[in-house]
Design a protein around this ligand. Structure first.
Ligand code: IVH
Length: 773
């Protein structure tokens, strides 16, 4: 991707870019944590985050409560009760090479002061790629099961876990502690996962990207009878709180778990010393594809539990264990074609059609090619043999081409300049990497994608109207805009047709109507998100709904902003040429005379005279677009006449929204057809629920608060939500702008920072007293 390096971004570009990245990251967070359906690999996510942080680093003024440096984790609202783990659920440090494994062993020997000839035994256990769960047994009876959550607090999914065959409801044998939290991994076998997806695809219902997402999605079902139908399994490998010790070694503990009725992994082994680990690792890597479930490495654990206890933990990972990860899996195959998909906003995405190949036990047929620059950069041609990588995550990537295998006939790929669906011209604007179909309203692909987005889980989430039915109804000409969905629910003639021609039973028809009617009441943020406005993701919709509070306020602002949609000239100035909003306001205020008062002065001086207060770098940027006096006058006029409206400025000024999203809203409402579509939709709805607006007059409104340490009275998410609803800004780091640091036990560097900056430090109780409960 051709990206401007962060060092060369102008302030205006940086602001726009940061706002785009913030929205993009929020969307991926929601997809990953909320939907269990990530769209990008972990590495790509990290790259986005890295760029955002680099921008914030260079332009600290752009940091706000919503920008990536300040947002901690994903605010996932849960439908399950919270469970506080008796002992936190930790994660593991990773090793990617034999050298790192050797370091791991050396660290342990140093810490325990073990001489080199003292035996140090380990268990080596496959690292199951699922999700961990904790099962609490009291007197041998399973009383509660929870997900890992943030490690301290998880979700109560007892009923769901009870449906898994490997999880005993009552322990067998004897010798179990009175209280024990047994921990292990919930996973889905590959063949069962494939069968599920095949059936779901045929039925037009939701499919999952990989077994791990499938397991997470299946375990977090509201209705346990659905979980019961999913082929989940469980391997036990660890424990949390125990009322008394029950083993001397990790190996002994695994044996005990097995004796009590758990399934432990048959490939786990015990080695007498670290030299034995490499062979186990290589063996598992060779057999990986044939195991029947995904593993992404091998976990080594010090066998002696007294040593584990002495070694303890460094922050959130044990010193006595490490995950030796497998390298990403690669394969070669032939690129048979490139399909161009057209998205909701018209963007053309190239997808590689591959000769099917197995990568790490999974058959891959498609891979993303990102965009046309990426294809050009890698010079990927149809007929090429490509190197494919699947890194334990979602969409396989094409790393490059095997040039020696290129057929003589393979020609450079020419990216289409017209939409493959509607034939309209497809263009690239400014420095966008994506080419977009200009067909807008006449493009069927965009229409269908917009409808899919509208009924999607994070928008209107209409039960009984899956993608398959949606496409079928659209093909019949029944659905052309969101309002049509609601009209369908009261169209007796069409419903009759479903009964007569499509074999819909009475129950199916009733369910379809109920699914649609249920959504005539909708939350404001879901409605905004459902409109599918470019740049307006879920997080931005939430911010907009909180800012405006009601539909009418948002709608009026949208229309007002549309009145001041900046002209292409303005946009080129502001975005294309990196002229900052401040410079633009100077341009607008200046009134250059008709004749050039300094015909002989150099251009830079003319600019300095005409636009007093504009700094030299900005003048240089202006000089490129205004080479003479006439152009200088025109610049000023554009800034004055074609600049954005105040409302547009208001929207762009909302923390976390930014000018790019504001412009997208203005453009959306500028289009009369869009307004008609929105009006028709709103006419079909009965209630649009107002958003909760942050309080403006609480004791903490407008204050910046940081939470740190192990909070005991509330979870981090609760604390954040409460503070925000009271109008406070919650930040992740302490600076001189921080008003309060709320510190729980174990607060570390942030407490020191607060003392350094003279920030008021509160205990949890002080905080509760301050906010009045
Ligand atoms: S032990 C204190 N053993 O890997 C250490 N974890 O990256 C607790 N995992 O959250 C974990 N197989 O979900 C352990 N044999 C195994 C494992 C395993 C998979 C997962 C687990 C954990 C993650 C850490």
């Amino acid at each position: 991707m051709s990206e401007t390096p962060v060092e060369s971004l102008s302030v205006a570009d940086a602001e726009a870019e940061l706002s785009r990245l913030t929205a993009e990251l929020a969307r991926h967070d929601a997809l990953y944590h909320g939907d269990d359906a990530p769209e990008i690999s972990d590495a790509d996510y990290d790259a986005l985050k890295h760029r955002a942080l680099a921008i914030e680093d260079r332009f600290p003024d752009l940091t706000s409560a919503a920008t990536p440096s300040q947002v901690v984790g994903s605010p996932v609202s849960s439908q399950f009760a919270e469970v506080r783990h008796g002992v936190p659920m930790l994660s593991l440090d990773n090793a990617f090479s034999d050298a790192e494994v050797a370091d791991f062993e050396a660290r342990i020997r140093r810490f325990l002061k073990l001489p080199a000839d003292e035996p140090l035994a380990f268990t080596a256990e496959p690292k199951i790629d699922g999700l961990s769960a904790s099962l609490r047994y009291v007197d041998g009876v399973l009383i509660q099961g929870a997900t890992r959550g943030d490690g301290k607090t998880g979700e109560d999914v007892t009923a769901n876990l009870k449906t898994i065959v490997d999880i005993p409801h009552r322990l067998s044998g004897s010798g179990w502690p009175k209280v024990i939290e047994v921990r292990g991994e919930v996973y889905a076998p590959n063949d069962a996962f494939d069968a599920f997806n095949a059936a779901a695809e045929a039925a037009g219902t939701r499919t999952y990207a990989n077994p791990r997402n499938f397991s997470a999605g299946s375990l977090r079902q509201k209705d346990p009878t659905i979980t019961a139908q999913r082929p989940l399994r469980f391997f036990a490998y660890a424990w949390g709180e125990v009322s008394e010790p029950f083993a001397d070694t990790q190996w002994g503990a695994l044996e005990a778990l097995k004796a009590w009725g758990f399934t432990t992994n048959p490939r786990s082994t015990r080695v007498e010393n670290a030299e034995g680990l490499e062979a186990i690792y290589n063996g598992l890597q060779t057999d990986r594809a044939g195991l029947g479930y995904d593993i992404d490495g091998v976990v080594y654990k010090v066998d002696r539990l007294d040593w584990q206890a002495r070694l303890g933990f460094v922050s959130r990972t044990p010193r006595w264990a490490i995950a030796h990860k497998f390298p990403a899996q690669q394969a070669q195959t032939v690129l048979e074609g490139i399909d161009i998909q057209v998205g909701r906003t018209g963007s053309l995405t190239p997808v590689a059609r591959l000769h099917p190949v197995t990568v790490g036990g999974v058959v891959v047929r498609n891979a993303t090619l990102h965009n046309e620059d990426e294809i050009a950069r890698k010079d990927v041609r149809i007929g090429d043999t490509v190197i494919l990588q699947r890194a334990g995550d979602v969409i396989p990537q094409i790393l490059g081409v095997v040039l020696e295998k290129r057929p003589a006939s393979a020609a450079p790929y020419v990216f289409p300049t017209h939409c493959p669906i509607c034939g309209s011209e497809a263009v690239r604007e400014g420095d966008e990497v994506r080419r977009r179909c200009t067909g807008g309203l006449i493009c069927n692909a965009q229409l269908v994608e917009r409808l899919k987005h509208f009924v999607g889980r994070r928008a209107f989430d209409i039960e009984g109207l899956g993608e398959k039915q949606l496409v079928a109804f659209h093909e019949r000409g029944w659905l052309n805009e969101p309002a049509d969905i609601f009209r369908l629910a009261r169209d007796a003639e069409k419903l009759d047709q479903l009964r007569a021609e499509d074999g819909y039973g009475e129950t199916s028809v009733r369910n379809l109507i109920a699914g649609i009617d249920n959504r005539r009441t909708i939350a404001l943020d879901r409605l905004i998100f459902g409109l599918g406005i470019r740049e307006i993701g879920e997080q931005t919709s939430l911010l907009l709904s909180r800012h405006f509070g009601s539909w009418s306020a948002f709608y009026e602002a949208g229309k007002a902003a549309a009145g001041g949609v900046p002209s292409p000239d303005w946009t080129r100035l502001a975005e294309g040429h990196g002229v900052s909003p401040r410079t633009l306001s100077v341009l607008a205020a200046a009134e250059p005379t008709a004749d050039d008062p300094w015909p002989d002065a150099p251009l830079d001086q003319k600019l300095a005279f005409a636009f007093p207060g504009v700094a030299a770098p900005a003048r240089r940027a202006l000089a490129e677009i205004a080479p003479d006096w006439a152009a200088i006058r025109r610049l000023s006029e554009i800034a004055r006449v074609e600049g954005p409206s105040a409302t547009l400025g208001e929207i762009g000024g909302i923390a976390g929204v930014g000018p790019v999203a504001a412009r997208a809203i203005a453009e959306f409402f500028h289009e009369p057809h869009n307004r008609a579509v929105v009006d028709a939709l709103v006419a079909e709805l009965t209630t649009i629920e107002d958003a909760e607006r942050p309080q403006a007059n609480s004791p903490v409104s407008g204050k910046t608060v940081v939470f740190t340490g192990a909070l005991e009275r509330f979870t981090r998410d609760e604390a954040k939500a409460r503070a925000e609803s009271l109008g406070a800004k919650v930040s992740g780091s302490v600076s001189k702008k921080t008003d309060y640091l709320v510190a729980g036990p174990g607060a570390g560097s942030k407490l020191a920072d607060a003392q350094k900056h003279g920030v008021t430090v509160l205990s949890e109780d002080d905080w509760l007293a301050l906010i009045g409960n």
